[in-house]
Design a protein around this ligand. Structure first.
Ligand code: AMP
Length: 113
């Protein structure tokens, strides 16, 4: 989508600190980090959110989480990290391109707000 900020980052049309990219997914640092490590892992293909995924996306969704695990190792936060997917405005979703937050590097309280 031409006006989607994450699509623009995937296509290198907007600046981002990209940590990983392959033919399916891109990972980059969050612009407003909520923890010492805060990375977003997104599908390259535009999917607005969890409400739009189907069985055909099973492998892609799995890959988002595998890449998140690899980045957690690279960032040395394997002692404790959190993967978050906000879906819908009431859950705090502000960018309507599916993304997994990888948060770590500090103690994380539960439940989230
Ligand atoms: P959410 O609230 O779950 O939709 O998360 C959207 C996240 O995207 C927020 O944590 C924002 O800080 C982050 N964000 C928005 N624009 C950018 C950008 N241009 N580069 C990196 N992160 C961004």
């Amino acid at each position: 989508m031409s006006n989607c900020i994450f699509c623009r980052i995937v296509r290198s049309e907007s600046p981002a600190n990209i940590l990983y990219q392959d033919e399916d997914v891109t990972a980059f640092r969050d612009l407003h980090p909520q923890a010492p490590v805060h990375i977003l892992i997104v599908p390259n293909r535009h999917i607005a959110g969890m409400a739009q995924v189907g069985p055909e996306d099973t492998a892609l969704l799995g890959k988002l989480f595998v890449v998140a695990r690899q980045l957690a190792e690279r960032e040395k936060i394997v002692d404790g990290y959190r993967l978050v997917v906000n879906n819908g405005p009431q859950a705090g979703q502000t960018v309507f391109h599916l993304h997994v937050h990888l948060l770590g590097g500090r103690a994380l309280s539960w439940p989230p707000g």
